[in-house]
Design a protein around this ligand. Structure first.
Ligand code: RB5
Length: 146
């Protein structure tokens, strides 16, 4: 799947632009859910927009705010979303291998852009292991009421 939806609040705007450029160069098709400048916006609004796109377009998503916390908590309240806030490549790999996360959350104010791009690469390339993790993911999703 080479289509990705990406969204941010004002605290993640620069990284959203940089990650977008990076992925465009790698031939990903990007759906940009905003925000589109540094004006203050509320991260739950962006999280909902990204979540809706993930569900409707059957794509994975990347969300960014200052810490990654507010936008990931918000996304995880939306139907069908398993958003993982990742601070390193190991977390990114496990978020796919074990948790089948469909949204990656990053914090612009807590890491350098080099690490952020490396986390993005790791997360996009890793796959779900299935097996014993299948039932756990299923139980997780049942908690939101199918
Ligand atoms: C915005 O200032 C900031 O609160 C937001 O980007 C994020 O860090 C919230 O979790």
């Amino acid at each position: 799947m080479n289509r990705i939806v990406i969204g941010c609040d004002h605290g993640g705007f620069e990284y959203k632009e940089m990650i977008k450029e990076y992925l465009l160069e790698k031939d990903y098709e990007i759906i940009d859910a905003g925000c589109y400048d540094k004006s203050s916006v509320d991260y739950p609004d962006v999280a909902l927009k990204v979540a809706n796109t993930v569900n409707e377009e059957n794509v994975r998503g990347i969300i960014i705010c200052g810490t990654g916390i507010g936008i990931s908590i918000s996304a995880n309240k939306c139907h069908g979303i398993r958003a993982a806030l990742c601070l390193n490549e190991y977390m990114a790999k496990m978020a796919r291998n074990h948790n089948d996360s469909n949204v990656l959350a990053l914090g612009q104010r807590v890491m350098g852009i080099g690490l952020a791009l490396s986390i993005v690469d790791t997360w996009l390339e890793a796959t779900f292991d299935g097996g014993r993790h299948e039932n756990r993911v299923h139980k997780m999703m049942k908690m939101e009421g199918e």
